[in-house]
Design a protein around this ligand. Sequence first.
Ligand SMILES: C[S@@+](CC[C@H](N)C(=O)[O-])C[C@H]1O[C@@H](n2cnc3c(N)ncnc32)[C@H](O)[C@@H]1O
Length: 288
Amino acid sequence: MSGAKEAQGASAEAIQAHYDVGNEFYALWLDETLTYSSALWDSAEDQRPLAWAQHNKIAWHLRSAQVEKAKRVLDIGCGWGAVVKAAAAVPTVEHVMGLTLSQAQADHILRDKPAKIDVRLESWADHQPAQNYDSIVSIGAFEHFTKPNDDAAAKIAIYRDFFSKCRGWLDPKGGMSLQTIAYGKLRRDDPNVKLMSQIFPDSDLPRLEEIVVACDGLFEIVMVRNDRVDYARTCEQWANNLRSQRKAAIALVGPEQVARYERYLKLSAFGFWTGNITLLRLTLRPIE
Ligand SMILES: C[S@@+](CC[C@H](N)C(=O)[O-])C[C@H]1O[C@@H](n2cnc3c(N)ncnc32)[C@H](O)[C@@H]1O
């Protein structure tokens, strides 16, 4: 692993302050895969459990990025490793690289010395792969790439830099899959944006049109889905889990931290239900 340098968007310190709260804390309320992003159900009526819907989401992204025929896979913002592990289990895959800014996450993935998997404590902005990739997946990291003070032009420039780098690292016949929260009806100056930034400091959400402009000429957008109801349901389940584990959570991180997360999860669920914020999943193909 290399050391994390300053990232565009949220700094390594800001990300670490968030995730290095401790793996045990997140394990109390996330599902067993420790996936920290929206799940994917087949419909709003689908009552299968959260862990099933997280596996379903991961399978969707592996298909979206064409991992079934890939040898080399990159996961940008790999969290606690659910996607890198799933990709490494695909028969064609020889090597999976995960990038994260969190030491606790990297340690968690590497503790059992998994075959085929490498994790770097590194921002995408500093990544320089020795060889290209056949598939790139990025789930729930794009939200951290810009800062609240960046204006629209600065945001688009950073996103374009991200897509240019991904395009440069990807085989021309490869595939990319991206998942991110985005602004819906909510405006940037809404007071609720400030509240959310207490949990994710230094970060700002994209708007769909910024993504479209930023990848123009680099990637073809094959599919965009807005699955905000899935994220509303995911946040509600996390909030219920955290409530039922409140005593243990307070023992780990203290009452203020737990109250902040409870507020954040409630607010996020409301934001997704109302369409103030949305959840985008994009299938992208490099333009040759
Ligand atoms: C909300 S978590 C999502 C983790 C995982 N993809 C999942 O779905 O469970 C965001 C992840 O993005 C990573 N991240 C944030 N900014 C990053 C950057 N500039 N470069 C690489 N990873 C970054 C964080 O370290 C963290 O692993």
